[in-house]
Each structure stands twice: as C-alpha cells, then as structure tokens.
Design a protein around this ligand. Structure first.
Ligand code: PLP
Length: 399
C-alpha cells in the first residue's frame, strides 16, 4: 500500500480556471479574487468582514494586536490558551508581547475545558483563545458566559475547524475576532494563507491596516485598487493615503493567486466536507469494536464536526503504547502525528518550566494521543487498510 498521509490538498478545474484568469490578467497583488474570497469566507462564518493574510499564525497575531490597540492592553496582559493546541496559538500571544496562561482541556473533545478557566483568571486577564481542535467545536456557550462575566475578549482559533457548527451556529461567529489557517491540508486551502473575521468595523479597519504595514487608507478601492478607479480620499492628506502609515504594521498580505485558489476551494466546500464526513464515519464504524481500548472522535448530535484529522486516544488500562502503535502504523505506511502536544515542547519547557504535570488531561493526551488521516482524498480501500492495520496491531499486542 502506498503511503496514506494525514493531509491532502486537491486542486480541480475550478481553481485552475481562476488561477489562469489571474495569470492572464497579469495582476498578482491583491485584487478582486482576494476581495471575493474574503467576503464569501466571512459570510460562511456569519461574520461581516474578512481580511485575508499569509498564515493562520499571522491571523492570530493580527487579532491580538488589534484588540491590544482597541482595549489599550499593556505587557502584563494575560491571555488564556488551551494546554493542547498547535504551538502557533500560544506563540502568537508572545508575538504580540502578551503573557500566555494555559488552561487544561476536556478528556473527550481535547478542547479547552470551561470548568478549568476561572481558576486561571487574574486581574490581568483580558482574553480567551478557544481552539476548535481537529474540527471539533469548543463548548462556546460556557466559554462566552465566562468571558461575559469577567469582561474578557474572545479570539476563536478556527484553524482546524472551518465551517464546523454548534446548534447550527458556525464556529468563528461567537467571539470578537476569529482566526483561520488555509495552509495545505486544512479543509479549505490556498497553499499558505489565513483569514481574520470580525463584525466590528473599527477592528476590521485596524486589521486591514496592520496586514499592510500600518497603512492609513483601508477602503476597498485602495486595498484592491484595479488601477482604474481612484479613491476620493487618496490625495486629501499631505502624503497619498495609500502610502501614509499610521501604526507599525506587518507585511502579512496575500496575493491574487491565493485568492483565486481559495475562491475555487470555497465552491467545492460541500464536496470536500461531505467526503471527510463520510470517511470519518466509515473509520468510526470500522474501529468501534476497539472502543474499550481507543477513544474515537465521537460528538454530540448538536455538533457538526469537520474532521480535519482523525484523532485517536489510547485509553487508560488498555495496555497499548502510543509510541509502539504509531511506529507500527508508520511501518505499514500509515502516517501518524502526535495529538498537538504543547507543554512538553523543548522551547516551552525552557520558557515555562516543567509545568506539564499541572495539566493532567493535556499531559495524558501528550503521551497517549495521535491522529491519522480521514481526508477527502482517501479511497475505501485505504480506509479499510487503516482499520485492518489498527486491528492487526491490537491483535499482536494483546495476545
Ligand atoms: C490550531 C492552529 N492554530 C494556528 C495554526 C497556524 O496556522 P499556519 O500554519 O497557517 O500559520 C495552526 C496550523 O496548523 C493550527 O492548527
């Protein structure tokens, strides 16, 4: 069997047609494709404004820098982050010059545990970043209640859960700002890329300014100038407003090629999501006979999971070993990845010390969790092979 990867990106005639249009028009910098991609992506997540940028990490950084400016946060400001997530979430807090405080996660969803949040809130806490890991939405009702009670901002990290829903409400629509990654293997991809969404006009203008070096004018005609129409405000200031800078910004923009791919991918959203659901459900059905040993990605009826990956947690008392199991699967050409261990990363041990044991659920996941692929490129034969290989492993280790 050829290698079965955890991620996959497919590009069809739709994306190719839009990309060729960009190339034929010789406009590579931000224009109508990026603008359309931002609008449609925001609308799918029930947000008014979308700002495209060059990564999910940039999206988180922009969100935090924007809130820092609006709420005048100082360097003592603390931001709550789950103890299981991709390292970019907590790194972005440090990029913004703020302090990271970790919160333990739930055993069944691997997401920030609302019951663990309040014990980490201090007089300096200003923001919570819930991360919807692996496509599974967080308990946003409980998190938003806590945020309201303590007057905290909420930045949703939606990098792994495009279009996921809770009671029909899309993730990314709960908090003040939401951040997405469109890196390869995410549900919708642009190769590299990200988006920041918000309903707040002031925040949108700051985000648009920060993404492009801190420029003064953020109106559509300046941001995506087609060279034909001229912004009426443009020459009203001493320096052309497009080249007038009012804050220290970043060079986090994307171009039309990413916009074109993103727009094409959005048109294929239902096809991509449908296949992922089908594959995940097939894996669950095939593996449920091992559920006394392995925790599978089950969810409640009101949740629409988007299965960016297929997480598996080895249960306590199963006698199975994560390192041994992943080695077995890798040897059989099934790619595996650890389940986003964070607190035991070498650089975090250096910065935060040996704190893993203070977060017992995350600690257990760090040492017993991994994921395999359930993406839209997998065939039934490959899914059967994954199920059979896991079965074979269990059989050999439990004889
Ligand atoms: C939860 C989470 N946040 C942030 C990011 C960062 O996204 P990017 O790699 O586009 O910077 C990722 C990337 O996979 C992620 O999984």
């Amino acid at each position: 069997m050829d290698k079965i990867g955890v991620g996959y990106a497919s590009v069809t005639d739709i994306e190719k047609k839009y990309v060729m249009d960009v190339l034929n028009n010789e406009r590579l910098s931000q224009g109508k494709y990026v603008a359309e991609f931002e609008k449609k992506f925001a609308a799918f997540h029930d947000k008014k404004y979308g700002v495209a940028c060059n990564s999910g990490t940039s999206a988180l950084h922009l969100a935090l820098e924007t809130l820092k400016e609006v709420d005048k946060w100082d360097e003592n400001t603390e931001v709550l982050v789950p103890a299981i997530t991709f390292i970019a979430t907590s790194n972005s807090v440090m990029h913004a010059g703020l302090k990271v405080k970790f919160v333990d996660v739930e055993e069944d969803t691997y997401n920030m545990n609302p019951d663990e949040i309040e014990k980490h809130i201090t007089e300096n806490t200003r923001c919570i970043i819930p991360v919807h890991t692996f496509g599974m939405p967080c308990n946003m009702t409980a998190i938003m209640e806590i945020a309201k009670k303590h007057n905290l901002r909420v930045v949703e990290d939606c990098a792994e859960a495009h279009f996921a829903k809770i009671d029909g409400k899309t993730i990314g629509s709960f908090g003040d700002i939401s951040a997405f990654s469109t890196y390869v293997a995410h549900t919708i991809t642009t190769g590299v890329g990200g988006l920041v969404l918000t309903d707040n006009r002031e925040m949108m203008e700051i985000l648009r300014s920060l993404v492009a070096h801190g420029r003064a004018c953020t109106c559509e005609r300046c941001v995506a100038s087609d060279g034909k129409t001229v912004c009426p405000k443009r020459m009203q200031t001493e320096i052309d407003r497009r080249f007038s800078f009012i804050r220290i910004g970043y060079s986090y923009r994307v171009g039309e090629l990413e916009g074109a791919i993103g727009l094409g991918q959005l048109e294929r959203k239902d096809e991509i999501m449908g296949k992922r659901h089908e594959n995940a459900e097939y894996l669950i059905k095939g593996l449920e006979k091992y559920e006394d040993l392995l925790q599978l990605p089950r969810h409640k009826e009101n949740i629409e999971h988007t299965y960016m990956m297929f997480p598996i947690l080895i249960k306590k008392g199963s006698g199975l070993d994560m390192k041994d199991m992943t080695k077995f699967l890798e040897k059989a050409n099934i790619e595996t990845r650890p389940m986003l261990p964070l607190l035991n990363q070498p650089i975090y041990k250096e910065i935060f010390g040996d704190i893993e044991k203070e977060y017992p659920v995350a600690e257990y996941i760090d040492h017993n969790g991994f994921y395999i692929g359930c993406h839209h490129g997998l065939t039934k034969e490959q899914l059967d092979y994954q199920i059979a290989t896991i079965g074979e492993y269990i059989k050999t280790r439990r004889q």
